[in-house]
Design a protein around this ligand. Sequence first.
Ligand code: C2E
Ligand code: CA
Ligand code: CA
Length: 720
Amino acid sequence: MREYQDLLECIVNSTEKQAGDFQKTAELATELLCQQLAVTYVGVCMLSCQEDQISSIANYGPLLPAIYSRPTPSDCPDYITELKNKCLLDVSDVDQDLRVTEIADVYFKPKGIMSSLDVAIRINGHLEGILYLERTFAASWTDSEIHIATHVADQLALTLATHNAYEKDERLTLLLSADEESEQMSMLINLKTDLVEYVNQAHEFISGIPKHQIIGQSFKRLNFFKQNPEQANFVLEKVSMGSVAKGESLIVREDGRQYWLRYSIKQFITERGNHYALVKADDISEEKQYQAKLEHLAWRCGLTGLYNRSYFNKELEHCQSGQLILIDLCGFKRFNDTYGHKSGDALLIEMARRLKHFAHVNKTEQLARVGSDEFAIILPMLNQMDMDYIIARLYSQLILPVIIGREQIQPKPALAIVDIESVGDSFVPLACADIALQYAKKKQTDKVQVFNNALLNSFKEDTQIERDLKTALRGREFELYYQPIKDLKSKKYIGAEALIRWHHPKKGVLYPGAFIHIAEQTGLINAIGAWVLEAACRQLNLWQHHQVNISMHVNVSARQFFSDNLFKQVWNLMSRYRLQPGSLILEITETELMEDIDYATKLCIELSELGVGLAIDDFGTGYSSMRYLKQFPISKLKIDRSFISDLTVSKESREIVSAIIAMASALNISITAEGVETKEQEDFLSEHRCHQAQGFLYSPALRESDFNQFLFKSNPGMVH
Ligand code: C2E
Ligand code: CA
Ligand code: CA
């Protein structure tokens, strides 16, 4: 028995065995056995009955091709069962031993084996592999041979067990450290005790809470549960039902920072039957930020940071009550063109800032930039008095001057207010606000307009007029009437103002007050104005042809005046009709002229060089200063009829009129008084040396034939 004691000790004490290296130990064992025992081959192979695999681990003996490998378990079930039961098969003659019949023909015989000693390598009674000793001759196995083989097999089993344990341990450590390294948060909660048993490093990193404050605590103390109790309960319910709970949650850290988690929580049962919840979560704050940024881009105005029109429309759709305020900056386009886009942007940003403040004070977040120079706000329901007060305050804040660059700019806001409830379903609130805004803009002082039904009706009427206007020119529905202008010194009629009339197919004769503003808004004024100029010049040519020596006054609207082709038009007409210099006078109101002083000055100079006079209409109603007057080559001022009608009753008007006359004389500008209706008015004007007068005292505007007769009667000998 002691025969092979050294061999066994050699294996037991080998470094290979100590290190739990199964492969190397098997190699050592096969070599030693083969050398010291009377055998031909010694080998170790591993078995897996489940996967029906056999793999050779070590082999010692004369080199043989790989085809001489042992059959897989399914090819020799009886042999395997025998080995499992007996742990040892000592076959002295493979031909005679029934226990190895299955493998005799396929394995032993081709390999030339006559006797074999197969020992099971077992762990916990489980067959893991075979240690086999083979001889090319038939002979029975001695006790000491069997003994040593069994011991070596046991040692191999031990090594394998250690190896497996090491490997398992290492795999566990590997998994653990991988989880610790992971950016994904993971947590294990014992569902029986409610305690958190494991949490990885990512949790601390994301939540800012050290591990030791979490592990061993009830999961109910987690921020997720404290801050989102409803969501958490829902998660619990789902998990306990065995389903996976997934979701996103915003959590506030102790340092006040916030983060978004996307979690997935699942129940699982350990081998020992314990119930755990496995929590996996990712920090998706960046993703959320990106999403918010995209939303911001889609819903916000890049310049002011306010919501944009799309967003506002969406909000408005859900809005059943409250006041919609639409704010427009009058003259913004011109400001932008004159001062440049940078200044334009600065003005818009300042307006937005004021509106944000207003919205904040009035506790609304529904504030948007809905157009290039338009803003909109929805205010909650208020009573009328509060509303009036709030709007007045808003208006006064918005008109406060803004310093841009070195200039002080006076913003010119116009406000429209719509009671959302009152417009009901029949109209879109923003469209109603647009209508009201048009009226607000026309106001001289406080440009604020509340939307009402009267407004809507007049808007509808205007829309009808707008439609009809489009065909009026083609249908030759316009006609020029002429109002005589009298020279107060010579008592002769020396001029005529052309005033347009519209023979509306349904409404009869329409005065300019009913349609000129619409033509201006729609741009139709350019075509109409061109027609007026042409018709007036043709008439003037006829008069001059008949030696009727009077001047023709033609009203020109701002849009027409500032359109690029007025000069060209006039130039063409002057040359086509060979009009005498000074006989054509264009009238433009002072407010309109001041819209773009530089351009106006240039044009006036060009026109005067062409021999075309320029009269400032409705003088006194605007706020143009005398300072500018010198700048323009103006031939005439027409004192607005409001001053004339007031002459007899208002001292102030008398003073203004006499001051205007004095000033104009000093500047060598001719003066016409408009709207003279009484002899007293005429007397006052004559006394103060007003040059000319026009008004119902002499004649209203007349059709051409009537005008000719009027002239003939009043200036006998003038008309040939
Ligand atoms: P305006 O240039 O101030 O024209 C004078 C207006 O006063 C005319 O009204 C005229 O009929 C009216 N009027 C004249 N004398 C008296 C008077 O003694 N008392 C009163 N109460 N009114 C008097 P109309 O023809 O209705 O024209 C209104 C405005 O329409 C004009 O005001 C002018 O600004 C504009 N307009 C008229 N024709 C044209 C045109 O061809 N082109 C453009 N762009 N505007 C025109
Ligand atoms: Ca006029
Ligand atoms: Ca006038």
